[in-house]
Design a binder for this molecule. Structure first.
Ligand code: NAD
Length: 362
């Protein structure tokens, strides 16, 4: 088994270092190779996703990714910006299914902006389709006024489209994931207004007939956004398109209090995957040693479960994280009165110690 390690920019290097230490503790036999990506790769090689990095990712079973980006690259032409590396990896590895679990850890109930009774015990999974929708549909562009009075563009347009195979494969992923959970899928659409999403709804319904043991319901995206803050526990697996999934998965992430806690996985048809925290490179706190590494450590656990077939090792990491939280250790983003504030490295130390069952002194 081979893991491509792509720490990236900002806090990416700090949090990935802790995930690597946790993986090393497990004593599993896999090879890890590190490469540059994002702004760091642009500085060294003039491109955010150099050929060598892409080659390493392609020949690995999984990619452990930190984060990319910094405001200083905002003026670069779009194709050279750090975030293009993520789009390039998704495209080249065929990653079409994005898994974003939103789990509220008992010890962090107070960190949410919602009332504790609404989120205690929350465990939902948002599955976002990654390769279609308005983000990739052609034609797209801008049109300039014909009479020449207006030098700038007069209108801009993007095309929303989904093909049957794209909807079918993400629907299968959602139903299969639901089978391992409480057997409920909510498909989110905007079928009342958009033809693309009436089609989405029809195809998901057809696929659902192959899973009679899984309950399927449909919800409009505006209602789903409302229900996520009104009664989030009514959901189990939520499946939706690229744009709605982008927005709803961030909304669901914040239900649990901190984006520093949330892992994610993007998988292709052969379970090769890219695993990364849901947050970005946080340039505002980079280099200070205060970033929360738990989202990345939990992403490594997802990697072990989904791509490397090591579910027991994944369980060990997840239990270690719970026990560290139960001991009251918190990075600044999840700190509250009565708990102990720790930095990135100390949080990593604590997870490593919990796995090896050693106690930390001091
Ligand atoms: P961000 O997620 O980096 O940060 C948002 C806020 O959350 C900041 O205040 C940050 O300090 C805090 N935060 C994020 N992760 C944290 C952690 N692990 N521990 C503690 N606090 C944490 O989003 P942003 O500020 O909008 O974007 C910063 C850069 O990251 C931009 O260049 C953006 O394009 C990029 N970005 C990259 C990815 C990715 O690599 N997948 C995703 C989103 C944004």
């Amino acid at each position: 088994m081979k893991i491509a390690v792509l720490p990236g920019d900002g806090i990416g290097t700090e949090i990935v270092a802790e995930a690597i230490r946790v993986l090393d503790t497990l004593d599993l036999s896999f090879e890890m190779e590190t490469a540059l990506v994002g702004g760091a790769a642009y500085e060294a090689h003039g491109h955010p996703l150099p050929e060598a990095t892409l080659k390493l990712a392609k020949e690995s079973d999984a990619v452990l990714f930190g984060a990319v980006g910094d405001w200083k690259y905002d003026k670069l032409e779009r194709s050279l910006r750090p975030e293009q590396a993520i789009l390039g990896l998704r495209k080249n590895l065929g990653l079409f299914a994005n898994f974003r679990p939103a789990i509220c850890y008992e010890q962090l109930v107070g960190a949410s902006s919602l009332k504790p009774e609404l989120i205690a015990g929350l465990d939902i999974l948002i599955i976002r389709e990654l390769t279609g929708d308005i983000y990739f549909g052609a034609p797209r562009g801008r049109r300039t006024a014909v009479d020449g009075h207006f030098p700038g563009a007069e209108e801009a347009f993007d095309t929303m489209r989904y093909s049957r195979p794209e909807v079918e494969r993400i629907a299968h992923v959602a139903f299969q994931a639901a089978r391992k959970r409480s057997k409920r899928v909510t498909s989110v659409d905007k079928a009342n207004v958009l033809e693309t999403f009436q089609f989405w709804k029809d195809v998901v319904t057809e696929v659902g007939k192959e899973y009679p043991d899984v309950e399927l319901d449909h919800m409009y995206v505006d209602n789903a956004a409302m229900q996520l803050v009104k009664a989030p526990k009514k959901f189990d697996v939520v499946v939706t398109g690229n744009m709605f999934g982008d927005i709803l998965s961030d909304e669901a992430a914040m239900l649990t209090g901190s984006i520093g806690m949330l892992p994610s996985a993007s998988l292709n048809a052969s379970n090769q995957g890219l695993y990364e925290p849901s947050h970005g490179s946080a340039p505002d706190i980079a280099g200070q040693g205060i970033a929360n590494p738990l989202a990345t450590i939990l992403s490594a656990a997802m990697m072990l479960r989904f791509s490397l077939n090591q579910p027991e090792a994944a369980d060990r990491i997840e239990s270690a994280v719970k026990s560290v939280l139960a001991r009251g250790l918190r990075t600044a983003d999840i700190w509250s009165a009565g708990t102990t504030k720790v930095g990135t490295r100390e949080m990593g130390d604590a997870v490593v110690a919990a796995i090896t069952k050693k106690t930390i002194t001091g």
